[in-house]
Design a protein around this ligand. Structure first.
Ligand code: HEC
Ligand code: HEC
Length: 432
């Protein structure tokens, strides 16, 4: 804006100075108010003309979002000149109208979200087994938080999704899941907890006693951590079980299974980071892999995916071309929500999304203060702005607030269409 004004002044200095001189002359010397007024309008109009030219000059070659501003100014200018020179006013009005139309059109074009084109980032397959511990730890930080150094950033989250539930910094309140600071030491104490039943999995009272028949229990700190990832319900940290199960079942998803599906190499990177960031010497890559092989049978080990470099902050979770079940998986809705008809959507941290039934009731609730009048509107509002109405019995601020920016309009539409049709006690809709 400042740049624009200086440029306009530089361009229009002389005409403006001369007009100002005339203004002073008419007003002070001739005391002709009507001539002074016309000159004032002339100054304003000239100023706007030069601002329009300056704007055009500055922004034309850049990614201009200001072009409509120029056009709108010229429109106003034309109308003003129409008043000024009333004899040819009609001509100015027609010209002004044409500029108005141009301004509206270019304004509309600029208003639409600008889709980033370009090539997808090159795919690289990471060689975890050939990495130093430092490199592994860096990859781990990327998987958990989305980038190197991101562990210090509030709200940062990577494909591992751990920060959805876990706090990682010392002393941080972490109500949904244990704070993972100190896990290298704590894991060694956990296996001696009588509830852990080290070496005697049959004595466990949890819904799942072993990762798979014959897997046994963890015998070392690293094995405890590996088992925690592979079979969260094998041992549930007291107080963190699924509500109403008396800590017999864990809300944590098995990390090697969809939707998170980390490969063993990625899991080793995550663990290495957890040791390294506390200044601990992590077990070797081979030791960590062995600990995972103990709890994840061959057939269940996800193949390492061609790894895309961590997506940038502005990128979309789903672009809307995917079938709706993939959209729910990519956006991680499935981690927290049970969604009838969507495979793998068995989360319990948020309400079951039977929105065809729920939404009308929410809108009727006297405590509802949102703006939605219909089921689709309510769903849209819940996804874009989860705190507008907090479903009773569930915590506020747990559902991420980024979906408005992270889902394309197409993806949002598919979500809304699908969820609107899910009704309690009815067959779920078809996936499209
Ligand atoms: C949906 C929420 C959720 C997500 C996502 C999640 N966890 Fe957990 N995690 C929990 C809960 C709840 C517990 C405690 C209950 C239990 O022992 O299973 C837990 C327990 C753990 C434990 C054992 C902690 C202890 O003090 O004994 C480890 C280690 C762990 N998670 C690591 C991870 C890692 C690493 C990730 C990401 C790759 C992750 N979790 C993702 C909810 C989650
Ligand atoms: C970290 C967990 C989490 C994730 C991820 C999550 N949600 Fe939620 N969601 C919640 C919780 C908790 C609530 C209830 C509290 C509230 O209303 O804000 C909720 C509420 C909702 C509601 C309102 C439900 C009702 O019956 O009134 C909708 C709709 C919803 N979520 C859709 C989604 C969709 C779609 C996604 C993925 C794009 C998603 N959520 C991702 C935790 C989550």
């Amino acid at each position: 804006m400042v740049e624009l004004l200086t440029e306009a002044l530089a361009l229009g200095m002389w005409p403006l100075a001369i007009l100002t001189g005339f203004l002073a002359y008419f007003f002070i010397v001739k005391r002709d108010k009507s001539a002074a007024f016309k000159t004032l309008i002339g100054i304003l109009a000239t100023g706007m003309l030069f601002m329009a030219i300056a704007n055009y000059k500055i922004n034309f070659f850049g990614e201009s979002r200001l072009l409509p501003v120029s056009l709108a100014m010229i429109t106003a200018l034309a109308f003003m000149m129409g008043i000024y020179f009333s004899s040819i006013g009609a001509l100015f009005k027609i010209g002004g109208f044409m500029f108005l139309v141009a301004a509206a059109l270019s304004g509309y074009g600029n208003w639409l979200p600008q889709v980033e084109g370009g090539f997808p980032p090159p795919e690289v397959k990471l060689q975890f087994d050939a990495m130093t511990k430092e490199q592994l730890a860096d990859e781990g930080e990327k998987i958990i938080f989305g980038g190197i150094g991101q562990s210090k950033v509030q709200g940062a989250i990577g494909k591992g999704q751990c920060p959805l539930c876990h706090g990682f910094n010392e002393g941080f309140l972490s109500e949904r899941a244990p704070n993972l600071f100190g896990i290298p030491d704590r894991s060694k104490q956990r296996i001696d907890d009588p509830r852990y039943h080290k070496g005697k999995p049959a004595e466990r009272d949890s819904v799942q006693k072993e990762a798979f028949p014959g897997a046994g229990t963890g015998e070392s700190g690293q094995e405890y951590i590996s088992e925690s990832h592979a079979c969260p319900s094998c041992f549930v940290v007291a107080g963190f079980g699924v509500k109403g199960t008396n800590d017999k079942e864990s809300p944590m998803p098995a990390i090697h299974k969809p939707p998170i599906s980390l490969s063993l190499g990625e899991l080793a990177a995550v663990d290495t980071w957890m040791y390294a960031r506390e200044g601990r010497d992590a077990p070797t890559y081979e030791e960590i892999i062995k600990a995972y092989e103990k709890f994840i049978p061959e057939a269940d080990r996800p193949k390492q995916q061609e790894d895309k470099p961590a997506a940038g902050a502005g990128s979309l979770l789903a672009d809307g071309t995917e079938p709706v079940d993939q959209i729910f998986a990519k956006a991680q809705c499935v981690v927290c929500h049970t969604i009838p008809g969507i495979p793998g959507a068995t989360g319990t941290q948020g309400p079951k999304l039977v929105e065809g039934t729920n939404a009308p009731n929410r809108i009727k609730d006297p405590a509802y203060k949102g703006a939605a009048k219909s089921t689709p509107e309510y769903i849209m509002e819940s996804v874009v702005s989860p705190s507008t109405y907090v479903v009773k019995g569930f915590p506020d601020n747990l559902m991420p607030k980024v979906f408005g920016q992270k889902l394309s309009a197409g993806a949002m539409k598919k979500i809304v269409d699908y969820l609107s049709q899910v009704k309690e006690g009815k067959e779920p809709p078809k996936i499209s």
